[in-house]
Design a protein around this ligand. Structure first.
Ligand SMILES: *Cc1c(COP(=O)(O)O)cnc(C)c1O
Ligand SMILES: [Zn+2]
Length: 503
């Protein structure tokens, strides 16, 4: 639909007009910095930053009801820059001109209700939000669209040139970074650092396919992260990890989309996210807060953060009920099927502490909760979900296992409706499914396959069938007819098929 055809009260807003005045704010000393330069940490005290809009008050002048209409009508526009995360431009990057926006199809991911069987099994009403249906098959595209649109803006302004974008990754960050950077080549090149053998073959293939320089480093993600931090301190590179606050801004779109999907009614809703480096939960909390402060939503959903027992520093931190006594201690991670969340020292921990506090205060009650789940339950719930029409990755399984645990602990009530984040596509982590089906999990995962969830292909080649077709060597005539007959008999027997009675 063309802008001139929108209702009168929406028309002035349908193309974003709000001019933001974005600044980085340090979570340590509170110092503010302009965004004309890429900053990752406070130059003064080295703490992490978040981006705020000094003109945010301006957004509050528009009533929530009008905002809701703006976003709903805006979906009818055909302008690519406003199709993805920048549908919420005023909230995500109100300094980025629309012609700097990189839109590769990210965002607007489906929300799919679980069938009756699965909801009954889980003991709670829930939907999956399939962030694996983003272009590089994980939610990381939301943050990259934001970070790379900003870099693109700087390139167009002439304030940077020949950018080398760099990140450490548990797999999906590098896939997303390499994809978005490749769209901007030759102005932007990318390099990714991965923990050797700790990303899946599918994830490794992604940055390679996008033409990034790929480096495999001994150790785990936390070690890669230190190397990348050292590089970004000493050399002129653009860091694309979620330490980069632009990533967080883009990922806030996840919350905005959930609000919009439920017609902005967040009453009795629970939003479930897995936690690794804690960028995602930071963004989810921050997003709901911004919509709440502008009256677009009138209640804040419950937030449930989930961690594996094998990588649970955030969960452990909040085990201490007395906020004054809490002390953050990094953990040494063990092998986890939720591999993209296998992080012992999350970079965004200070952001989590800051935002959880603000969120609970705004909600007037505890409204952010954390649970831990076993590796076994992660796999079992992922596989069960996918046998019921879903495409959940292991982290989607982790989120669902966490929801079930929270229901048991009565953190989630009878009337609650949950939105479970399947952060990536099942196919990225199919190797874990394979280990489950083939009973080949190394002992450290502590996973014993449930035969009811196992599956394997059956090779059909009856012994007496001597001639079979092969590529370039088809069978013909009677030989081919015999082949078809014998194989179909065999398949029918295995499936106990009944013959059709001919009239
Ligand atoms: C990155 C990632 C996570 C963890 O998100 P954080 O922002 O690091 O907490 C979870 N699942 C998948 C599939 C990921 O790629
Ligand atoms: Zn500071």
């Amino acid at each position: 639909m063309k802008p001139e055809n929108f209702p009168k009260e929406i028309r002035p807003f349908i193309i974003p007009q709000h001019e933001g005045e974005l600044i980085y704010r340090c979570l340590g000393c509170g110092q503010q910095y302009g965004i004309d330069k890429l900053l990752y940490t406070c130059p003064d005290c080295a703490q992490v930053l978040l981006i705020y809009d000094l003109n945010f008050e301006g957004l509050k002048k528009i009533p929530g009801e009008i905002w809701r209409k703006i976003f709903d009508y805006r979906k009818m526009l055909t302008i690519p820059a406003l199709k993805g995360i920048y549908l919420y431009h005023e909230f995500i990057g109100p300094v980025i001109p629309l012609d700097s926006v990189i839109y590769l199809g990210e965002g607007h991911t489906p929300i799919v209700e679980a069938n009756d069987f699965l909801q009954q099994k889980a003991g709670v009403r829930f939907y999956f939000k399939n962030d694996g249906q983003n272009p590089s098959a994980s939610f990381k595209d939301r943050g990259m669209a934001s970070a790379l649109s900003y870099i693109h803006f700087l390139v167009q302004k002439g304030s940077v040139s020949d950018v080398l974008a760099i990140c450490a990754s548990t797999g999906d960050t590098s896939a997303a970074a390499a994809l978005y950077a490749s769209y901007l080549q030759p102005h932007v090149k990318s390099a990714v650092l991965l923990p050797h053998k700790k990303v899946t073959p599918q994830q490794l293939s992604q940055p390679l396919g996008s033409g990034a320089s790929v480096f495999e480093i001994p150790g785990v993600f936390d070690d890669c992260m230190k190397v990348v931090e050292a590089l970004s301190e000493k050399y002129n590179v653009a860091l694309l990890n979620s330490k980069n606050a632009w990533r967080i801004l883009g990922q806030e779109s996840y919350s905005y989309e959930i609000a919009q999907s439920f017609e902005y009614d967040m009453e009795n809703k629970v939003v479930v996210v897995p936690i690794g480096n804690a960028g995602n939960i930071t963004a989810v909390i921050s997003g709901f807060l911004r919509f709440y402060e502008t009256g677009i939503i009138t209640s804040l959903p419950k937030i449930l953060g989930v961690q594996s027992q094998h990588a649970n520093p955030v969960y452990r931190y909040y085990l201490e009920p007395d906020a004054g006594k809490r002390k953050f201690r990094p953990v040494i991670v063990k092998s986890s099927v939720a591999q993209a969340a296998m992080i012992g020292n999350p970079v965004s921990m200070p952001r989590v502490i800051h935002l959880v506090d603000a969120y609970n205060r705004m909600s007037d009650r505890q409204n952010v909760f954390f649970v831990e789940v076993s590796e076994q339950s992660i796999m079992d719930w992922e596989l069960l979900a996918n046998r019921n029409g879903h495409i959940a990755c292991t982290h989607g399984g982790e989120s669902l296992a966490g929801l079930v645990e929270a229901r048991k602990q009565k953190i989630v009530g009878n009337n609650d409706v949950a939105v479970v984040d399947s952060t990536a596509h099942a196919l990225k982590f199919s190797g874990f499914q394979e280990m489950y089906f083939e009973k080949s999990f190394p002992a450290e995962f502590e996973i014993v396959p449930d035969p009811a969830l196992m599956n394997a292909p059956v090779y059909v080649h009856p012994k007496d069938l001597l001639k079979v077709p092969a590529p370039g060597k088809p069978l013909q005539g009677a030989e081919f007819d015999y082949f078809v007959e014998r194989i179909s008999e065999e398949v029918a027997t295995r499936l106990s098929l009944k013959k059709v009675l001919k009239a």
